[in-house]
Design a protein around this ligand. Structure first.
Ligand code: ADP
Ligand code: ASP
Ligand code: MG
Length: 413
């Protein structure tokens, strides 16, 4: 008998009919002799609707109350899914995050799971029930409801799988696996049978929202076998692997990620002296704003320089206010900004041992007349910032340049 944690995302439970279909699938799975714990998201659009409601009251709603509100979305789905299971004669019980006791820290809206008490879930499994758990939510040590950040149900599922030592954690969604890039942007994207957790982590952190980044971190930390599959069709999906396989040459590039949430700020004409980066970025960090890419120009001796960095678009206005204040204090010439930018990234562990990837990337973008505004690299990724209007064109050009629609040739080592 296997213990499987299954997670169904918003689209998969988006209508009563879909909830019935999912219940059917879970019921069959249990009939085959498996123990099943199910994690569900809110019905599609519901979390956005709740955010909109909160903002109609206050543009900056109180974070604690926002979590009280947002957690209701998942509570609706667990009850409906359990009812659909009961109708099929399948014993099931639903629990909110607090009822299971998914304990988190107190960072409202982006809480981290600290500990899960699996006893209640285990008792139900022993009694032959399917356990249905609300994703995306937990409770802090003072009993306050918290949520785990958008896409957080993935993390609930992986964390539960780790706590229960499940045989596999299956993330069911509206695509049939992890692709070389978002198939909604590049229809020629190819599904990957496997991807290393290192690459998946990089793709998720660079904007591929198919898995929440924390779920991949969690899976890696606790070695949870993790698979992404379709809620609607049969198939093997994509397995996240933890060891690079012997006898296989790693593909040069596994995938392309993009992030539409970026914004760029530049402070022009700052004195090129020690402490400049600190003076500019210190106050930004103090405001709890995460900075992503940073570029400082080289200045001729004794002259001034320009300093550019990117932040999440939601933080742009606050970062701009801070930068204008800093510019005045430092006697900088000007502050400029741009919210119409995106970041495109190539990811692949094979990059480690191959030169020339960056030049192929830059050539492909140049060929399409796409101007690169910023570049950053690490061992297994190259990211560029380009104008927002070039997102689709850029992704497709890179997909083509690296032949990602073709199954890579593998060779015995
Ligand atoms: P769910 O509601 O099931 O959690 P999400 O919308 O969060 O689903 O994630 C699934 C979506 O992720 C897909 O519909 C797809 O558009 C997007 N996506 C982005 N990058 C990728 C990728 N590399 N492979 C597959 N899907 C991707
Ligand atoms: N319902 C939450 C969201 O829309 C969590 C999730 O779906 O994973 O972000
Ligand atoms: Mg999701």
């Amino acid at each position: 008998m296997a213990l499987i944690v299954q997670k169904y995302g918003g689209t998969s439970v988006g209508t009563p009919e879909r909830i019935q279909a999912i219940a059917e699938k879970i019921h069959r799975f249990r009939e085959q002799g498996n123990e099943v714990v199910v994690v569900v998201s809110a019905m599609s659009g519901e979390t956005n609707r709740l955010v909109g409601l909160a903002k109609s009251i206050d543009s900056h709603p109180d974070p604690r109350e926002l979590d009280v509100l947002l957690s209701t979305g998942e509570q609706v789905t667990i009850a409906l899914l359990s009812m659909a299971l009961h109708r099929r004669g399948c014993p099931a019980r639903s629990y909110t995050g607090a009822q299971v006791r998914i304990r988190t820290d107190s960072m409202y809206n982006k809480a981290r799971i600290q500990d899960i008490d699996g006893a209640r879930v285990r008792d139900d499994l022993t009694a032959g029930r399917v356990v249905v758990v609300a994703g995306f939510q937990g409770v802090d040590e003072h009993g306050n409801i918290t949520t785990l950040g958008r896409g957080g149900s993935d993390t609930t599922a992986v964390a539960l799988a780790a706590a229960l030592h499940a045989d596999e954690c299956q993330i069911y969604t509206d695509v049939d696996g992890v692709y070389t890039t978002d198939p909604r942007v590049e229809p020629r994207a190819r599904r990957l049978d496997r991807i290393t957790s290192e690459e998946m982590l990089e793709l998720a952190s660079l904007g591929s929202k198919v898995l929440q980044i924390r779920s991949v971190e969690f899976a890696g930390k606790y070695n949870v076998p993790l698979r992404v599959l379709s809620s609607f069709e049969e198939g093997e999906g994509t397995l996240i692997t933890y060891e690079e396989e012997e006898g296989m040459e790693e593909p040069l590039i596994s995938g392309i990620a993009f992030n539409r949430d970026e914004a760029k700020l530049t402070i022009l004409g700052v004195p090129d002296q020690p402490g400049v980066a600190y003076k500019i970025l210190g106050p930004v960090a103090d405001a709890n704003i995460e900075v992503d890419m940073i570029v400082q120009n080289v200045a001729p001796d004794g002259s001034t320089t320009d300093f550019t960095f990117t932040v999440h678009r939601n933080d742009y206005d606050t970062a701009m206010e801070i930068l204008q204040r800093v510019a005045k204090e430092m006697g900088a010439r000007e502050v400029t900004g741009d919210t119409k930018i995106v970041k495109l990234s190539l990811v692949g562990v094979g990059m480690r041992s191959h030169a020339g990837i960056a030049s192929t990337m830059f050539e492909a973008l140049a060929h399409e007349g796409i101007n690169i505004r910023m570049i950053s690299t690490s061992e297994i990724k190259i990211s560029v910032v380009v104008d927002e209007k070039y997102l689709e064109l850029g992704v497709r050009a890179l997909h083509e340049a690296f032949h990602l629609d073709e199954v890579p040739q593998t060779q015995p080592s």
